[in-house]
Ligand binder design. Sequence first.
Ligand code: FAD
Length: 375
Amino acid sequence: QKIIVVGAGILGASTAYQLSKRGAEVIIVDRKHKGQATDAAAGIICPWLSQRRNQAWYKLAKEGARFYPSLIAELEQSGETSTGYARVGALSIHKDTDKLQALEKRALTRKEDAPELGDVTMLSSEETKALFPPLDEDYAAVHVTGAARVDGRALRDALLRAAQKNGAVLLYEEATLVHNGTRVTGVRAGSETITADSVIVCAGAWANEIFQPLGVQFQVTFQKGQIVHLDYPDANTGNWPVVIPPNDQYLLAFDQQKMVVGATHENDVAGFDTRVTPGGLHEVFTKALDIAPRLADSTFVEARVGFRPFTPGFLPVLGPLPGWEGIFVANGLGASGLTMGPYVGYQMAKLALGLDMDIQLEHYAVSGAIVAECE
Ligand code: FAD
């Protein structure tokens, strides 16, 4: 089977890798848009503490987290050791003991069908600070040992390299769909027209545009996120847990003194605005320093910007494009795409190859993201 994957974020990279592993002839086409979500993402893999009740969403997030260890082991065996993935645990911090108790309860309930979340322990403020020294004194925490962090950029590249080792071809071009009647026959990429048995569109925030030539009005919206990378001097940060505060921010430590703090959640941006703004930085720094005052003296390294792709109802859409043949769509991973992306890519590869899937596609129908079809 010859399959084209449009988009090389975490979703496209994973899909391409899984397809190539199963012997498909794979061509990946990526436009390298500035603002790719995967390239800017923080990297928290900890779905179990979420208050979101939607079961279809939780299924992808939970299975996504569970999928990671075997994927990382497999990549390591094929020589891809640099993914930034580490099961460092998470600290969900709070100043209010009642809130922490409610969190602990939720984690323990979720553990019943997700034992991979590991041990759940209530930590005093001293114990919390011992695990993440820059934190303010007043925070206690619920510690979840199975949580992880991953470097989205590094994992994406490891998957793309592994796919290429299996014979996949990666082109950095803009892809335009080519069709004959209601069958998509391939893409136009740069000056080349490439035909294939099917095309899988993993185009994130930019997907609306690619469906226009088909008369299909796709409905992905996006949320801009600005996120900051710091260098935290003289500390062995590699094993520090992820910190999830009560506000909408987070702190992650990586190897080599790297600290990632953020992010903004900007809904009302005009177009694909990839600027780093004083307002965005101010918000990130104010919230981060409030939680971890000792970061004040770290070194600013860079700020990144990414667009989280959302489909209606904040629920991902996966499956065939209704009314069309030879085309599949996966989109809307929102704020949890690093968690879900590798697993969803695995499912998309199975779908395109006609293999049995482990999810019920009707929960993620692509029709949910289509406004109306023109003749
Ligand atoms: P993207 O990564 O955006 O990739 C889409 C790709 O498609 C792009 O490379 C683009 O160039 C390409 N493309 C589009 N149209 C075309 C075309 N016509 N031709 C060729 N190529 C095309 N998730 C977590 O699980 N944990 C986190 O801690 C986390 N933190 C985040 C923090 C921030 C600041 C942001 C922005 C996101 C975060 N996320 C997190 C969410 C996660 O990053 C996204 O859900 C995920 O990366 C989406 O992946 P994707 O492959 O669908 O899209």
